[in-house]
Design a protein around this ligand. Sequence first.
Ligand SMILES: C[S@@+](CC[C@H](N)C(=O)[O-])C[C@H]1O[C@@H](n2cnc3c(N)ncnc32)[C@H](O)[C@@H]1O
Length: 291
Amino acid sequence: MQRLRSPAKVQTVNDATPRTIGKTKSTRCRLPGLAVRDGLIRHPFDLEFGVRTSGLVAGRHLIAGHRNDRHATAYYAIAPSVFRSILARWRRCRPRAPLDAYTFVDLGAGMGRALLLAAEFPFRAVIGVEFHPLLARIARRNLAQWRAADRDRAPLRLVCADAAEFPLPAGPCVVFLFNPFGAPVLRRLLASWSRSFAGREGQLDILYVNNEQEHVFQAQPGFARLFQGQIRRSHADAVADRKILINQPEAEYAATPWEDCSVYRWVGTAGEPRPRTREIDSKRGEARIRR
Ligand SMILES: C[S@@+](CC[C@H](N)C(=O)[O-])C[C@H]1O[C@@H](n2cnc3c(N)ncnc32)[C@H](O)[C@@H]1O
């Protein structure tokens, strides 16, 4: 999904002020972009599974009273085909532990579509972190429905919090980011993980979809890029997303047939010089060494 008015993708610096924060904090608030009168069209994923994950909320409306509100990009759920492809890509990158040893963490979980998809796999646990209380409430309802329908192969939970304050659990983690926030939040997270994963080389992998802030990874020592490339939507998802985005009243975002993605692994130790890392060339599938 790309923002139309600028060449940049979905990076919305929203216009939160203390005045607007106070007025929109309630979990009962209405978020523009989630109702039929806002142009909402339900994605086939929701129609098939009876959940609620559709909608497009611009970043400027995602005001939850947190210090990082203004760095939120937008709410839009991941295309299921892109999610499944990047997970398959990651599994080809030889995770350092079996799948059931990993905790899957979606930072900026929205209404939880990626969590539901992740729970199709036997992870140790699947955790979503979402700071907007209304989206978090809808996500929890979706997770309950998933459990009731017996579709969960992993324990699922949603934490309503700022991702920047969320400590990753012990053991191997795979973090999923669907371009939830701007560079300042990502920078802070990478610095914090460099400290908390010191001595735990290979225990943290990051799947970054719509990887607008790639430069932040390049500036932080210790993260090896294992994959970078475009992941295409399935035909059905491309049709659905195009239909949804054409219908938005403010015509702010455009659908692309692919998402720019990357996969990173923590291979360093805080304070050490940037390690030599293996990088897979996405087009040629070759491994290269970079510093
Ligand atoms: C593009 S949506 C992704 C939704 C979900 N991950 C998916 O793939 O379906 C990004 C979400 O990140 C949330 N978000 C943005 N900044 C956040 C922060 N600092 N902490 C927690 N959630 C945040 C937004 O409210 C929004 O719901």
